[in-house]
Ligand binder design. Structure first.
Ligand code: UDP
Ligand code: MG
Length: 160
C-alpha cells in the first residue's frame, strides 16, 4: 500500500512459513520457496537462522504438554531453518493447503508434505494455523527492520 508517496504499514494477512532443519539438510529450500513464490503471495521476510531452544519452545508453546514436545524442540533446533513471512489475502489457509496434512503419509500429492516427506516428525515445513497466529509468529521470529515493505511488479497481474 502506497499513500502520498510513502509506504505505510499494511494490515494484510501474513503467514509465518518455516522450512524445518530436514528441509534445509535435504536441499529442498528452493523447491519449497518456489511453491509460495509461484502461487503469487508476497514475500515480506526471509532468513536462514539457527533457532535457539527458548524460541522453539515459545513458538510451539501450545504443544508443551504433548509427549512429542521434547523431540520436537530437539528437531527444530537441530540445524538451520529458513524463516519466511508471506503476505496476501487468505495466505494463512492457502499456505496450509499448499503444505498439506501434518502426517506426510496422509498429505495429498501435490502438497509440499505430500510430495516431499514421509513422517510427521520430519515434515519439512511449518505454516501458521490462523491469521492471529500468523501475526504472532511473524513478530516472534522477525525483528524490527527484518521485514521489507515493497510492491511486486507482478501485483497488478495477480490482483485485479
Ligand atoms: N508433531 C510430531 N508428532 C505428532 C504431532 C506433531 O512430531 O504426533 C510435530 C510435527 O513436526 C508438526 C509439529 O509437531 O508439524 C506441530 O504440530 P501441529 O499439530 O501444530 O501440526 P502442523 O500445524 O505443523 O501441521
Ligand atoms: Mg501447527
Amino acid at each position: 500500500r502506497v499513500s502520498a508517496g510513502r509506504i505505510v504499514a499494511s494490515s494484510v494477512e501474513q503467514s509465518y512459513i518455516m522450512i524445518k532443519p530436514d528441509g534445509v539438510q535435504r536441499g529442498l529450500v528452493g523447491e519449497i520457496i518456489s511453491r509460495f513464490e509461484n502461487k503469487g503471495f508476497l514475500l515480506k521476510g526471509l532468513k536462514l537462522f539457527q533457532c535457539p531452544k527458548d524460541l522453539a519452545q515459545e513458538h510451539y508453546k501450545d504443544l508443551k504438554d504433548k509427549p512429542f514436545f521434547p523431540k520436537l524442540i530437539e528437531y527444530i533446533t537441530s540445524g538451520p531453518v529458513v524463516c519466511m513471512a508471506w503476505e496476501g489475502d487468505g495466505v494463512v489457509a492457502s499456505a496450509r493447503k499448499l503444505i498439506g496434512a501434518t502426517n506426510p503419509l496422509q498429505a495429498e500429492p501435490g502438497t509440499i508434505r505430500g510430495d516431499l516427506a514421509v513422517q510427521t516428525g520430519r515434515n519439512v515445513v511449518h505454516g501458521s494455523d490462523s491469521p492471529d497466529n500468523g501475526k504472532r509468529e511473524v513478530t516472534l521470529w522477525f525483528k524490527e527492520g527484518e521485514l521489507c515493505q515493497w510492491e511486486s511488479v507482478q501485483t497488478p497481474w495477480l490482483i485485479e
